[in-house]
Design a protein around this ligand. Structure first.
Ligand code: 4NP
Length: 155
């Protein structure tokens, strides 16, 4: 069977989805599952840039590694390639469905569908303070644990 693949998607691909990539890399490795992991943005404001320093600071403080992550935009081939395409918020979710064929829509979901949280979206932290980045990390950690359970069950 092919390796399971997961693409995390937010707007800019510099805050939330690279954080999800870094967190999920560590958690998947600790869970002993082999997964291909990547992230992308629905917009191309920051293509080629590393993750936001504030996201990196929050993540590194909890032991996550952001090395090698650079911003890219979602592309048509992603919808063929990835098994899970996970949007951080409803706007990303709607944008992903707009730019993909209906046959791929079943792969697209809200990442927090895998969390047991009062939140249903990972809030955009870009224009806020440190607390927003810490909340992003917490929600992503919780959803990652749920996603690992789902992958173990289905793949
Ligand atoms: P992200 O956050 O979608 O979590 O990467 C943002 C990054 C950049 C912008 C907005 C949100 N921006 O407007 O440049």
């Amino acid at each position: 069977m092919n390796k399971t693949s997961v693409l995390f998607v937010c707007l800019g691909n510099i805050c939330r989805s690279p954080t999800a990539e870094a967190v999920f890399r560590k958690k998947a490795s600790e869970a002993g599952i082999s997964v291909e992991i990547d992230s992308a943005g629905t917009h191309g404001y920051h293509i080629g840039n590393p993750p936001d320093k504030r996201s990196q600071a929050a993540g590194v403080a909890k032991g996550y590694d952001f090395s090698g992550i650079a911003c890219r935009k979602v592309e048509a081939a992603d919808f063929e390639k990835f098994d899970y395409i996970l949007a951080m918020d409803k706007s990303n979710f709607e944008n992903l469905k707009k730019v993909s064929e209906p046959l791929h829509h079943a792969k697209v979901s809200l990442f927090l569908d895998f969390a047991n949280s009062k939140y249903d979206e990972v809030p955009d932290p870009y224009y806020g303070g440190k607390k927003g980045f810490e909340l992003v990390l917490e929600l992503i950690e919780e959803a990652s644990d749920g996603l690992i359970k789902d992958i173990k069950k289905k793949h």
